[in-house]
Design a protein around this ligand. Structure first.
Ligand SMILES: [Co+2]
Length: 243
């Protein structure tokens, strides 16, 4: 618990020089998710693919990985591990107050109760959204992310712009890039994940969902709401989010 350090960015960003700032919105056009990365930070997909291939063949050549192993990992993260697991945990927490307490106390242990856990999730902390507090997660250093509950991070999560701007002015980033306006009377807390501690968000349960089953509730929980760049909005939520 001692390690929790919310960073509320209260001060406005310093006045910029008169040169108009290019509008570089991460997701405005997509409202709530992905990054038009190719458009604004051109790094051709082919270049990334070539780099990945080069690294893969080097690792294989040195006998550090086999292509079977890589296929298995890809397969696991494409089919078995992803935000649907985090959504399952959230839905359980919504219906079971004792489980929710355990989740907020020790997310790794609580997830293990549901058979969820594994690499990059050895020390997870789940932070709760309330009517007074909105939490949002990043990794300012690189892209640390709770894989067992959310799968692999979306492209924009790894982007320097997201990482830098979220800590500098979280309200502006959420508003401009994700279309998420946080009311002034709601505190915004930014959590900086690291390779040691990985944060994720327990979103608020949407209103009028008392009649839903645990499974139906889980279907309302989006990946983005567990990162904190979106709210869970009842039927409007897109399970799993998009890339
Ligand atoms: Co990182």
């Amino acid at each position: 618990m001692k390690k929790r350090r919310p960073a509320e960015a209260k001060s406005k960003p310093r006045a910029r020089k008169s040169r108009p700032r290019a509008r570089r919105s991460i997701g405005a056009r997509y409202r709530g998710s992905p990054l038009p990365i190719g458009e604004q930070y051109p790094l051709p997909e082919s270049e990334l693919a070539a780099r990945a291939r080069a690294i893969e063949s080097l690792l294989a050549e040195k006998g550090l990985v086999s292509s079977d192993m890589i296929d298995q990992v890809i397969n696991a993260y494409e089919h078995d591990i992803g935000p649907m697991l985090g959504a399952k945990v959230v839905a359980r927490a919504w219906i079971d107050p004792a489980f929710k307490r355990r989740l907020l106390e020790n997310a790794t242990a609580a997830c293990a109760e549901l058979g969820i856990g594994g690499m990059q999730g050895e020390h997870m902390i789940c932070v709760e959204n309330t009517p007074q507090v909105h939490n949002v997660v990043c990794c300012t250093l690189c892209s640390c992310y709770p894989w067992p509950v959310l799968g692999l991070p979306p492209t924009w999560y790894k982007h320097p712009q997201y990482r830098a701007r979220l800590v500098a002015d979280p309200r502006a980033l959420l508003r401009d890039d994700f279309g998420l306006a946080i009311p002034d009377d709601v505190e915004v807390r930014v959590w900086d994940s690291s390779s040691e501690i990985r944060y994720w968000v327990l979103p608020q349960r949407p209103a009028d969902t008392e009649h839903l089953s645990e499974r139906q509730l889980a279907a309302l929980v989006s990946r983005d709401s567990m990162i904190g760049v979106d709210r869970t909005r009842g039927a409007q939520a897109r399970p799993g989010g998009s890339r």
